[in-house]
Design a protein around this ligand. Structure first.
Ligand SMILES: Nc1nc2c(ncn2[C@@H]2O[C@H](COP(=O)(O)OP(=O)(O)OP(=O)(O)O)[C@@H](O)[C@H]2O)c(=O)[nH]1
Length: 322
């Protein structure tokens, strides 16, 4: 008798907690009919448990991304696994207003949602539970930080993906070297390089894999530099390196070393090994090169030549006086 009383108490407490907890709890049957709708869901939707019990979730909330969400729910039923939906994937599932004072600027409640299979006494998954977490504070903080970082990054000289100089800053750097060369006649060489058949990498492995390849090549470039060299990401998968105090013949050593390093390296993405090669164009400054733009153009022509000769190779621009 005492045990019964205690069990009843426990059940009562549990029900009380389910109703008052600051987390949304919904139980659905296999036809997506609502079997449980706790106090959190009632408070934020304005719909009471009594009025919604037995109703179809997707008919009741026609804004829900039904195809996508049903697909996720189906997999929970079939695989008997949990599924998670992060606010970064979709800011919210339920359109609830945000009432939090600190993050008052958010128009809606950001949510993380867990889908949980619920088994019957026979072990069969007959229902699933949606657990809805209000993560507005975390999301707003993260978004604000991201916005600040983004504006700082735009202002800075560094390319976000590769951590090399961005195009704008690299071009300034190249211009400075060109001017210095005009004044002091130092030997300076420009090296332009480009990942071969990069479109194919993106098409085969996806853009994220492509980004990782770009990062890997950038890393190898960085490791090959001396302190006085200046490397930047000129375009998507094209890079420029200004080698100060280096004649073209020596730049070829640098270029060949880098070409081989890239050829031998591997980028691992999603357990797949991706191998790439690069083509390289080299151009030093001779009297006929009158501007930094012309210098860049000649190095680019040499790069084109390297591509034409079958890729994975280096080409030096031959000046008319040579
Ligand atoms: N993943 C990724 N791809 C990029 C980025 N920037 C540019 N690309 C892609 O790089 C590819 C460059 O392709 P193309 O210019 O045709 O050259 P390619 O396929 O490398 O061929 P070759 O240069 O002739 O060897 C394009 O598909 C761009 O979309 C980036 O930041 N990340």
């Amino acid at each position: 008798m005492a045990d019964d009383q205690s069990a009843m108490n426990e059940l009562h407490w549990l029900i009380d907690m389910v109703q008052t907890i600051e987390v949304g709890l919904v139980v659905l049957d296999k036809d997506y009919n609502i079997q449980l709708w706790n106090g959190f869901m009632e408070n934020h939707s304005g719909v009471s448990p009594n009025s919604i019990k037995g109703k179809n979730l997707f008919k009741q909330f026609d804004y829900l991304p039904s195809k996508w969400l049903k697909h996720k729910m189906e997999s929970v039923f079939q695989l008997k696994n949990r599924a998670f939906i992060s606010w970064e994937q979709r800011p919210f599932i339920f359109q609830f207003k945000n009432y939090r004072p600190i993050t008052g600027r958010a128009d809606f409640m950001y949510q993380n949602v867990t889908l949980l299979p619920l088994s019957s006494l026979t072990g069969e998954v007959t229902h699933l539970s949606m657990i809805v977490y209000d993560v507005t504070d975390v999301a707003i903080n993260k978004l604000q930080l991201k916005a600040v970082n983004e504006s700082l990054e735009v202002l800075s000289q560094i390319d976000g993906l590769t951590q090399l100089y961005n195009r704008r800053h690299w071009q300034l750097c190249m211009q400075k070297e060109f001017d210095r060369n005009s004044r002091y006649g130092d030997e300076t060489t420009l090296v332009m390089l480009d990942i071969d058949n990069f479109k194919l990498i993106n098409d085969t492995y996806g853009h994220q894999a492509g980004d990782k390849v770009i990062q890997n090549v950038s890393h190898l470039i960085k490791k090959s530099l001396r302190e006085t060299d200046c490397a930047g990401r000129y375009g998507g998968e094209e890079f420029g390196v200004v080698l100060a105090n280096t004649p073209a013949a020596n730049a070829l050593f640098f270029a060949e070393r880098l070409r081989k390093k890239v050829e031998q390296s591997e980028t691992v993405f999603d357990e797949q090994i991706i191998k790439v090669t690069i083509s390289i164009g080299i151009c030093d400054i001779q009297p006929e090169v009158l501007t930094s733009e012309a210098w860049l153009c000649l190095a680019d022509q040499a790069l084109y030549q390297a591509k034409e000769s079958g890729r994975n190779s280096c080409a030096i621009h031959q000046h008319n006086n040579n």
